[in-house]
Design a protein around this ligand. Sequence first.
Ligand code: CP
Length: 354
Amino acid sequence: MTASAHPARRTNSRGRQLDPQGLIDHYPQPLELSRLRDLCGASVVGHRDLPRRTVIELCRLGACMETSDVASHHPLDGKLVITAFFEASTRTRLSFESAVARLDGKLLSVPDGKVTGVAKGESLQDIGEMFNSYGDLVVMRHPQTESVEQLQTGLDLPLVNAGNGSGEHPTQALVDWFALLKWRPSLAEEAPAPDQRIHLGVVGTPGSMRAVKSFVFMALSFAPAISHLTVVSELADPFGADLHDAIERTSIPVTVTNDIGEVLPRLDVIYMNSIALLGDSYKQLDSRYRLTTESALHPDAVIMHPLARRDELDVSLDDSRHNLYFAQAAGAVYVRQALLVCMLDRVDRLPFFA
Ligand code: CP
């Protein structure tokens, strides 16, 4: 697999830069076309829809998208994507829309559910029924966990769950692992060398933080790459039922602590989030769990955050080498392009498979 330099590639302006070429070069074998084709017409609503091998192939394809002139092949020409956001978003909606627009697809954008029939009491089932006639794929965010199931009762199109209450946010986890695999490509090996494995720290409550939940589920599928998982939370059991069962089955040693200062110097990767969803309300991360340039971080540690942040992640870190979060957000367009091209059956239009 080769890819030429793409002069139009957009990078993050501050923090660590991630070079997709490292991921491409680390795995020179051809992309697994059959695995990518399996996504054709499928929906991505939770972590089960993105198993480890699929994540790796999508990240490799995303790296090719990032380093190549894919736009001139117009891979999404004639496809129409509906982005239906019933809850606020900066990155997810706009990176999906950027992904579609840069590949010459078309968009119908609902930036606020109040402009739909929901304001008059319309059901998500009926909205799903309408979407069937209007587009080819739906990306939905909604504050209610049960919204995905309700929409799918009427929807026949492929659906991407872009965050459903305290449920899941599976493509955020894909974006997160795209950043991690560009940062350290060996994490995708079947058996990474001991010095390549990471002590992963998660600051937050996976049970009620959907991005953290999807990230941890995906992390469990990369078990050989993780030497230890430490969750920093004020709760004794921060996982919730589904994740609790998966944690029980994993071979990764897992620790829960409320003492971030004690564990911080040993963490290679710190994944933070700021907000837990509790029904219609929000709970902010405990104020003890604040990172700044004064924090006792390992010199090589990287910090990830799905953003938006509050004061738990101080802006003083933005210009530091610990900042992986801007590169994480910047890569979202490419790996979401990879996903959309597969789901919409346009893999054959990509130059990598000619
Ligand atoms: N990461 C993420 O979900 O960000 P937005 O809320 O801005 O979409």
